[in-house]
Design a protein around this ligand. Structure first.
Ligand SMILES: NC(=O)c1ccc[n+]([C@@H]2O[C@H](COP(=O)([O-])OP(=O)(O)OC[C@H]3O[C@@H](n4cnc5c(N)ncnc54)[C@H](OP(=O)(O)O)[C@@H]3O)[C@@H](O)[C@H]2O)c1
Length: 192
């Protein structure tokens, strides 16, 4: 039996449900962030017979201070994170840095995984300031995962939720935390 550990999945009631399931199957306590309470409750209910538990956190991550306060409370209750997987839209530009800093402070040695949509790989995109705040957290294994697209015989398409979750889990199982692309982002002109 695996040792129970605390995991965070931000945005865990959507496409990352399979990632939440994976961690609950391993016997972990999984704090899951989303706004919709009913969806959070149905996730807890769906996984109730698995070895671990879902700890729902109904909060809007665009409210960075409130979000950080609630995440701190979950760490006080369930212990430091050993990994966090975060799908945070660009509507919350300050939240990833604040969460990373909290995690560095409370959970040194843990892994922080930030998911990005394919637009992150747009060759014309200007880089942001994230390298500055990542460097300030040297005791965190920081990893970026870019959600790309799939090229099939005569067309391209977006990833399925299953492909996204399998890609995230494979990245977590890899010893290296270097940047990973699920699917592809090239040639960029074939983006669906
Ligand atoms: N490259 C690709 O192929 C690609 C990339 C991205 C997405 N997709 C697809 O597009 C679909 C829709 O994407 P999506 O971005 O809506 O992702 P999603 O994972 O389906 O839903 C977003 C998740 O984040 C939560 N969330 C959103 N805003 C929030 C906020 N302000 N505060 C707290 N939690 C928040 C949502 O719950 P609440 O709404 O309850 O807050 C939900 O759990 C996905 O299911 C996926 O299949 C594909």
């Amino acid at each position: 039996m695996s040792e129970e550990k605390h995991v965070l999945v931000t945005g865990g009631t959507g496409m990352l449900k399979g990632v939440v399931r994976y961690f609950v199957e391993q016997g972990n306590t999984v704090s899951v962030v989303a706004r919709n309470k009913e969806k959070l409750q149905s996730l807890s209910f769906a996984f109730r017979n698995l070895p671990g538990t879902v700890h729902p956190i109904a909060i809007d991550y665009t409210q960075t201070d409130d979000f950080i306060r609630r995440i701190s409370q979950s760490i006080s209750h369930f212990g430091p994170f050993f990994v966090s997987v975060n799908w945070i839209h660009s509507t919350a530009p300050h939240t990833p840095a604040a969460l990373l800093q909290l995690q560095a402070h409370t959970s040194p040695g843990s892994r922080y995984v930030q998911l990005y949509g394919s637009a992150f790989a747009n060759p014309e995109r200007k880089d942001d300031d994230r390298n500055t705040y990542i460097k300030e957290c040297p005791h965190i294994h920081y990893q970026e995962i870019i959600l790309g697209f799939m090229i099939e015989a005569s067309f391209s398409r977006w990833l399925t939720n299953r492909e996204i979750c399998e890609g995230v889990i494979n990245a977590l199982l890899a010893s290296s935390s270097e940047r990973k692309i699920i699917g592809t982002v090239s040639p960029w002109s074939l983006r669906p």
